[in-house]
Design a protein around this ligand. Structure first.
Ligand SMILES: *[C@@H]1O[C@H](CO)[C@@H](O)[C@H](O)[C@H]1NC(C)=O
Ligand SMILES: *[C@@H]1O[C@H](CO)[C@@H](O)[C@H](O)[C@H]1NC(C)=O
Ligand SMILES: *[C@@H]1O[C@H](CO)[C@@H](O)[C@H](O)[C@H]1NC(C)=O
Ligand SMILES: *[C@@H]1O[C@H](CO)[C@@H](O)[C@H](O)[C@H]1NC(C)=O
Ligand SMILES: *[C@@H]1O[C@H](CO)[C@@H](O)[C@H](O)[C@H]1NC(C)=O
Length: 371
């Protein structure tokens, strides 16, 4: 029966209206298929709502945590599957100064801002393009225009996210263009994965490798101290693949940013938005590999971003998800490729400032293998 109600909800109760900038828009579901892999998205928060892929026995397995109905995402506080922004992660004190101007932001987590504020990019309707119901392998492109002053951020910003699916990989391209003021931009894809299946319980026995020699330690309320320290000798060291649960009690669950590789040194072509002069290998760097023994599914994550937030879903508690399954702490993990947290207040972190006319680009590739 739970499966039945899931289908009912996806097919019949797929859409709902929401007022955006004075006019009503609709939240919808978009399905892309490639080989035996099926991706479901919604334009509410440009979210991934499911990714179904065959496991080692050929059994279709949904490896993304989420809800039965798109409407459930309206009251979501987990950021399940969302594109978060304008600035992902935390901004300490919900404020920053840029070129002499001081900006007060929406403080939605104690006195700090988390993931762009109460009405960040995860809580708005995006416009969908490129998708056709009868052409199931086309990519989906979501776009959104964020207004000057939205959640406290300066300037108008045009944002676009493209999802491309192939049988064994998913590519997410994130772009943003500052229209009339310099602004920080840091987008992140916030899917909670569980390679054992979204309803398979905790991920503590899954194996993870993170290609980072350094991390950015945090103080109270998960705000970075500003240091960039070696992982060596700490429970944050995932340079060699090992079970997530082996040292998870030290940090009380992982919720930490890794410095994946040095930020881009080659010049991007800011006017055309293309990464001209960069081949794929320079642009995307392998950031993490995850493996579940339950299904034999392995996921490799490569990204152009300088940071990776590794989060072991420490705060999930009695969240009623798909098919009636109730998610608890550590029932999934997020690998949020992004800039470093609170960069606007740490000049030693890679800059997230995008000037008018410039284009922010962030690509992430998720490759799947089954063994
Ligand atoms: C899809 O699954 C079928 C049945 O398990 C298999 O024969 C086929 O090779 C798969 N196709 C791809 C593209 O993986
Ligand atoms: C920013 O640009 C938009 C159009 O791109 C324009 O409507 C708006 O007035 C501009 N605002 C400022 C402060 O320049
Ligand atoms: C700061 O202001 C100066 C002078 O107007 C300008 O040249 C520079 O581009 C500005 N920097 C940013 C990040 O907007
Ligand atoms: C950037 O792209 C534009 C448009 O494609 C092109 O005209 C220009 O020559 C490029 N600039 C560089 C430095 O490659
Ligand atoms: C998977 O886990 C089981 C039980 O812990 C173990 O017996 C088996 O060797 C593991 N397989 C792999 C491929 O790691």
């Amino acid at each position: 029966m739970p499966n039945f109600s899931f289908l009912l909800c996806l097919i019949i109760a797929t859409s709902f209206g929401i007022v955006v900038n004075g006019s009503e828009s609709e939240a919808k579901i978009y399905v892309i298929k490639s080989g035996n892999t099926t991706l479901k998205l919604t334009n509410f928060g440009a979210r991934i709502i499911s990714l179904v892929i065959p496991d080692k026995n050929g059994k279709p397995t949904d490896i993304v945590l989420g809800y039965d109905c798109v409407k459930d995402y309206l009251s979501d506080t987990t950021y399940f599957g969302a594109i978060v922004g304008r600035v992902a992660n935390r901004i300490g004190g919900a404020q920053f100064t840029l070129n002499g101007s001081h900006y007060k932001l929406d403080a939605n987590e104690k006195q700090n801002m988390l993931h762009g504020g109460r009405k960040g990019f995860s809580q708005v309707i995006w416009e969908a393009k490129g998708w056709k119901a009868d052409k199931e392998d086309l990519p989906v492109s979501f776009s959104y225009t964020s207004r000057d002053g939205e959640e406290g951020f300066p300037g108008n910003l045009q944002v676009k996210v493209n999802y491309f699916l192939e049988p064994n990989n998913l590519r997410v391209e994130m772009q943003a263009r500052a229209l009339n003021k310099s602004t920080p931009v840091n987008l992140a894809q916030h899917t909670y994965w569980n390679l054992g299946g979204h309803n398979s319980g905790d991920i503590l026995s899954d194996e993870v490798q993170i290609f980072a020699y350094n991390f950015t330690p945090v103080k109270d309320q998960l705000i970075p101290t500003g240091e960039i320290l070696p992982v060596n000798g700490t429970p944050y060291d995932f340079l060699k693949s090992h079970k997530i649960g082996s040292q998870i009690n030290g940090p009380n669950g992982y919720d930490i940013n890794y410095a994946i590789h040095r930020p881009m040194t080659k010049e991007k072509n800011q006017s055309s938005g293309c990464a001209c002069g960069l081949d794929e290998e320079d642009w995307l760097k392998l950031a993490a590999v995850v493996y579940s023994n339950k299904t034999g599914i392995k996921m490799k994550i490569s990204t152009s971003a300088p940071g990776l937030q590794f989060y072991t879903a420490n705060h999930l508690k009695n969240v009623k998800g798909k098919g009636g399954y109730v998610y608890q702490a550590h029932d999934g993990y997020c690998f949020e490729t992004q800039g470093f947290p609170d960069s606007v207040n740490h000049p030693n972190f890679p800059s997230q400032i995008v000037k008018p006319g410039e284009i922010y680009m962030h690509d992430t590739l998720y490759e799947f293998e089954v063994k």
